[in-house]
Design a protein around this ligand. Structure first.
Ligand code: 26M
Length: 807
């Protein structure tokens, strides 16, 4: 605590009596990071000493969540700090809550990256995360009359104690300009890129502490600055305003996270971001991380670059450019190294989510890279045509260059051609990649395709977010070894049949629900009854995820109660919790948010419902809210149309916190159900092959409307203006989309969903059996630790190994 007071006095420049909560939080954060510093330096020293193969995780997003608690846990400082602070009359929890979470990601993909670097550190794997230090993370969502309104997320304004800027290690990245032939000393004709402009990338290092192993890995996020030359030139020209504008232009590159998480917009700034962080990272690795005299022909022994979706795929031509243009290697030598050091993880199945950059844009921004891509494609097509003579259709399908609707570069094809491995993120997803999305490639490159099922870090999403359950588990296992060895949860299995254990498990869930109720009152002014079933659907708002399906269930219950078709006494009291951000330009998603809020307003206020149905939609769902919401859930909603959700990771978080899942046969739900068994999972809906069949034979949503009275009543009620003060036009687009388009077969799965929800009600009516299932969900969820995902990547993709510390 002496340390802490010193940080307060000399770091923050205040004394205790005058310190704001933020001052106190910052001082504590600095104290903790100071403590971790020694281990960080030790890790770096060891890493350069041992020269083991490392992993570089390249990701445009790292959705970290709050750092303080995780750092305290990793360093085993929680108790000591809590005690010390309380001696000063300070409540640790108050300081925890002062932290603004770094929301540098959209959803699943960004959070996955954060879980992975946590696991890599915990497993002693030499590794580094590379990404972008956005000044503004994912927008803050507010509701105005129930409609989403976005506010900037200025997470840096109160100070960011976890980052270490290194302006002296800045690297330069160039854009634009032109390419021409030139003759080098020995007369070979080479290509030379003369860029049009450049920016600096300033690295900001973040500690990634391993759990209880004294290791601290690095996450390096890049921030864009104007170059010195740029600065000087323009300032000297005397046009001050122009010079300031130029700086702003450069700094724009890392200004804001793009909030789309599935439909790339093809925006120039987005491509600038991608190349910016990738070029910075490669240069950093080659020039700074590797030893000075390193022979790059040995690169594959020292590094594997994992490409988190296609966002960093421009790294492939960039490494070619470095080797061919800068290091003067032959094309073939360069290619033989490049094709050994990248692998690509695909996170989607939606065709519209696959990135294609227009040749016009790519050629303007990165003319040399476009040439390199063309050459890669030429040689790829040469091999392809040799393997499949006279199959021009196949060549066109597989080409890296698309011709329609405009000339474009298919980043997934580039990644697949150059990558050592291509993986999907759950068993079903990987299967569909092989069989459908990338089928031609799977045929051409057998052995390149693999699966690594996603995982989540048990440190943040069980140990920290659910202390009550953690206490129970630790008692049952006999130690806290499960926190870094999650298979030990299996030891809980027999306790599912122990009435006393069930009682305590139930008490933990009840306490978590009370904690959530309190948080929502303070955070949103939402009042909930903890003695109801908490039925939770939290994830990005997207049509394929089918928030409307859950809403139709709510409306159906409401409709039945108000018309007297259902006696309100017979309704299981439920709280329907939603959390979802919509991409600001995604109009249907925003309409659906408006509709959820409108239904909530009406249902919550209707005395006929007698408080048995409550809709809660707290704004701005984020990692921090997830940490209290998920442990309080009874029922986890994972109801995407089969074949659309690549994996899902929220589903795993719920399972490991003792919620039961109602879900389709999609993504990792498939594996969850396999592990937990049909008796402990509420399965419903069409399977992926059935979906394909229905779509194939022509899907007519109206026929479901016409034949299913529940569905008709629910949709009619929405259309009647019952939730929009009689105005029939407000939600007409949602209703008519469902009736006439319904791309994601909501109506086709509606009745099956109602039936499954009836099974949920029946099961919930038997608390002992329900609790038994909940315990089995926890006991059988160990597979979903991201530690296991990392082991799979190490074995199947990276062929790297942990380097345990010398103890
Ligand atoms: C692309 C271009 C421009 C702006 C944003 C993007 C973009 C950002 C994020 C596109 C996709 C993004 O993420 C997709 C995603 O989150 N996929 C999810 O990945 C999870 C982790 O693997 C899976 O669990 C989810 O099923 C999958 O939807």
């Amino acid at each position: 605590m002496r340390e802490y007071l010193r940080e307060l006095n000399f770091g923050q420049g205040v004394d205790l009596s005058r310190a704001s909560v933020n001052d106190q939080y910052l001082a504590l954060a600095r104290t903790v990071r100071h403590y971790l510093m020694v281990r960080w330096l030790e890790t770096l020293r060891r890493q350069s000493e041992v020269q083991a193969k490392s992993v570089a995780y390249l990701s445009a997003e790292f959705l970290l969540g709050r750092q303080l608690d995780n750092a305290l846990l990793a360093a085993d400082l929680t108790d000591i700090v809590e005690e010390g602070l309380s001696g000063l009359g300070i409540d640790l929890d108050t300081l925890r809550q002062a932290e603004v979470e770094p929301g540098l990601g959209n959803g699943g993909l960004g959070r996955l990256a954060a879980c992975f670097i946590d696991s890599l550190a915990t497993m002693n794997v030499p590794s580094i995360g590379y990404g972008i230090r956005y000044e503004y993370g994912i927008f803050r969502q507010t509701f105005v009359d129930g409609w989403q309104v976005e506010k900037p997320d200025s997470w840096l304004t109160l100070g960011s104690p976890w980052e270490f800027p290194h302006p002296e290690m800045a690297v330069e990245v160039s854009f634009g300009g032109s390419v021409a032939d030139w003759e080098d000393d020995d007369g070979t004709v080479r290509r030379r890129w003369t860029p049009g402009w450049s920016v600096l990338g300033v690295p900001y290092n973040y500690m990634v502490p391993g759990y209880g192993n004294g290791r601290v890995n690095t996450l390096r996020l890049w921030s864009a600055r104007a170059t010195r030359a740029f600065d000087l030139e323009i300032f000297n020209s005397g046009d001050y305003a122009q010079a300031v504008r130029a700086q702003t232009f450069a700094e724009n590159i890392s200004k804001v996270l793009y909030p789309e998480d599935s439909t790339p917009q093809g925006k120039e700034l987005r491509l600038q971001q991608q190349y910016f962080f990738v070029a910075c990272s490669l240069k950093d690795f080659v020039d700074q991380v590797l030893p000075k005299d390193f022979d790059l022909t040995n690169l594959p022994d020292r590094i594997h670059f994992q490409l988190n979706d296609t966002h960093p795929v421009i790294a492939i031509p960039e490494l070619m450019r470095i080797l061919v243009d800068e290091k003067k290697w032959s094309w073939d030598d360069a290619w033989s190294v490049v094709r050994q050091v990248f692998s690509y993880t695909c996170h989607t199945l939606l065709p519209e989510a696959l990135e294609v950059w227009s040749v016009e844009l790519l050629g303007r921004l990165l003319p040399r890279h476009l040439e390199i891509i063309y050459r890669i494609n030429e040689e790829f097509l040469l091999g392809l045509r040799a393997a499949y003579p006279d199959d021009e259709l196949r060549a066109r399908r597989m080409s890296i260059v698309a011709e329609f609707p405009e000339r474009g570069i298919r980043m997934a094809h580039l990644a697949t051609v150059a990558g050592v491995k291509v993986n999907g993120v759950a068993a079903l997803h990987s299967q569909l990649l092989r069989d459908k999305v990338l089928h031609d490639f799977a045929e051409y490159y057998p052995g390149k395709f693999t699966n690594v099922t996603n995982g989540i870090t048990p440190r943040r999403f069980v140990r920290l977010s659910n202390p009550g359950l953690s206490g129970l588990i630790t008692e049952a296992v006999g130690s806290d070894a499960w926190v870094s060895d999650l298979d030990r949860l299996r030891e809980l299995e027999p306790l599912a049949d122990d009435a006393e254990f069930r009682r305590r498990f139930r008490e933990v869930k009840a306490a978590n629900k009370r904690r959530l109720v309190q948080v929502l009152v303070e955070r949103d002014g939402i009042e909930l009854d903890p003695d109801t079933m908490f039925d939770v659907m939290v994830k990005r708002l997207h049509e394929y995820k089918r928030q409307t399906l859950k809403l139709l269930h709510v409306v159906t219950l409401y409709q039945q109660i108000t018309t007297g078709a259902l006696d309100v006494e017979d309704v299981t009291p439920r709280t329907f919790a939603f959390g979802a951000k919509a991409a600001p330009g995604y109009r249907m998603a925003k309409q659906i948010i408006g509709l959820i809020n409108a239904v909530g307003r009406t249902v919550n206020a209707d005395p006929a419902v007698q408080g048995r149905l409550t809709v809660a939609f707290p704004a701005n769902y984020n990692v921090t809210l997830a940490e209290t919401l998920i442990p309080a859930a009874d029922l986890s909603e994972q109801i995407s149309l089969a074949g659309k959700e690549a994996s899902g990771t929220g589903n795993m978080k719920f399972m490991l916190n003792g919620a039961l899942t109602i879900g389709t046969d999609d993504g990792a739900n498939v594996e969850i159900r396999e592990l937990v068994g049909d008796d402990n999972f509420f399965l419903f809906g069409l399977t992926e092959p059935e979906v394909a069949e229905v779509v194939e034979s022509g899907y007519h949503p109206t026929s479901y409307y016409e034949t299913n009275p529940h569905l008709r009543h629910a949709l009619d009620l929405i259309a009647s203006g019952a939730f929009s003060d009689g105005d029939r036009s407000v939600f007409e687009p949602v209703v008519s989309n469902l009736l006439h388009e319904d791309r994601f077969l909501v109506l086709a799965d509606f009745q099956a969903y109602l039936d499954a929800q009836a099974r949920v009600d029946a099961a919930y009516a038997d608390p002992e059996a329900w609790t038994r299932s909940a315990i089995l969900n926890v006991a059988r969820g160990g597979f979903f630790s991201s530690d296991r995902s990392m082991r799979d990547y190490l074995d199947r993709v990276w062929h790297a190994h942990p380097v345990p510390p010398i103890s």
